[in-house]
Ligand binder design. Structure first.
Ligand SMILES: NC(=O)c1ccc[n+]([C@@H]2O[C@H](COP(=O)([O-])OP(=O)(O)OC[C@H]3O[C@@H](n4cnc5c(N)ncnc54)[C@H](OP(=O)(O)O)[C@@H]3O)[C@@H](O)[C@H]2O)c1
Length: 268
């Protein structure tokens, strides 16, 4: 390869032209920011969520970048719905290359002492975070295997998947820890199909899900003081890693969990 050809290849490393991405939870704060970023990188983006009131504006954000977008309504905790969402994506755009699992959260709504963690809440939080990720990924990867072009799976984990916290988070840490394990397991199983599987693992990102916690000035000040880079993460802080893991730039990177936390876990 000539130096000129190398430069051209390098320019395209993070581009997603002609690629198709499905974002489960693309209507959420993090999912919508990811959709916009993938659209800006050239991908066509299918957004899935349970409410058209949220999926339509998220798709509109993608279209503003000049990319094609499809807003879909469906529940990714239902395997048949996942199958349909993938089918709709492939019918509309002709292929599927990337799935991003951005459904999840709810930790702050289900804080209970570990020794009394209610199973109804356990099931709710584990389903929201883990079952959704498993079902959306299974359906998407079946389409990627059939497409024979490889693919990218990007899971959204959390630092809570790695670290304990004395605050009643049992179900959430279990779900995110399982997502980290599955990231490695799936990476191992699907490498033979050219499909890479990675996760990003943020700490607090300033979004509606954590707004009430961050509204407490003492809590926010304590959190910021523990973060070496001395600020709260924003959805934009996730985009560099998202583009890395969704593009050719990560062709030889799989099974990795990248913490995005301003250095917080480096201090543990
Ligand atoms: N925000 C943070 O500080 C933070 C930090 C670390 C990790 N994370 C992780 O990042 C991910 C996204 O968080 P976020 O803050 O963007 O949350 P969010 O704004 O609540 O987004 C989640 C989206 O998923 C959709 N959704 C929920 N259940 C669904 C289902 N069964 N089927 C289809 N769509 C469903 C929701 O839309 P509908 O309700 O309309 O369906 C919502 O738009 C989560 O996994 C969270 O754990 C967040």
């Amino acid at each position: 390869m000539t130096a000129h050809a190398d430069a051209k290849a390098q320019d395209k490393l993070f581009r997603l032209d002609d690629r198709v991405a499905l974002i489960a939870g693309g209507s959420g704060a993090i999912g919508a920011a990811i959709g916009e970023a993938l659209g800006r990188a050239g991908a066509s983006v299918a957004i899935a969520g349970r409410s058209s009131e949220r999926t339509e504006p998220a798709a509109a954000r993608v279209r503003e970048t000049g990319a094609l977008a499809l807003a879909m309504v469906g529940d990714v905790n239902d395997p048949m719905e996942c199958e349909r969402l993938v089918e709709e994506t492939v019918n509309r755009f002709g292929r599927l290359d990337i799935v991003v699992n951005a459904v999840g959260g709810g930790a702050g709504t289900a804080l209970h002492p570990a020794e009394q963690y209610p199973m109804s809440e356990w099931d709710r939080i584990v389903d929201l975070n883990l079952r959704s990720t498993v079902l959306a990924t299974q359906a998407a990867v079946r389409a990627m295997i059939a497409g024979k072009r490889g693919g990218r799976v990007l899971n959204i984990s959390s630092v809570r998947g790695q670290l304990g916290i004395d605050a009643g988070y049992s179900a959430y840490v279990a779900a995110k820890g399982a997502i980290n394990s599955l990231t490695r397991q799936w990476a191992t199983e699907w490498a033979k199909h050219g499909i890479t599987v990675n996760a990003i693992s943020p700490t607090f990102v300033e979004t509606p899900q954590v707004a009430s916690m961050l509204a407490d000035p003492d809590f926010k000040a304590r959190l910021v003081s523990r973060i070496p880079l001395k600020r709260i993460g924003q959805t934009d802080d996730l985009i560099g890693a998202v583009l890395l893991f969704c593009s050719d730039a990560s062709s030889f990177i799989t099974g990795q969990i990248l913490t995005i936390d301003g250095g917080l876990t480096a201090t543990q």
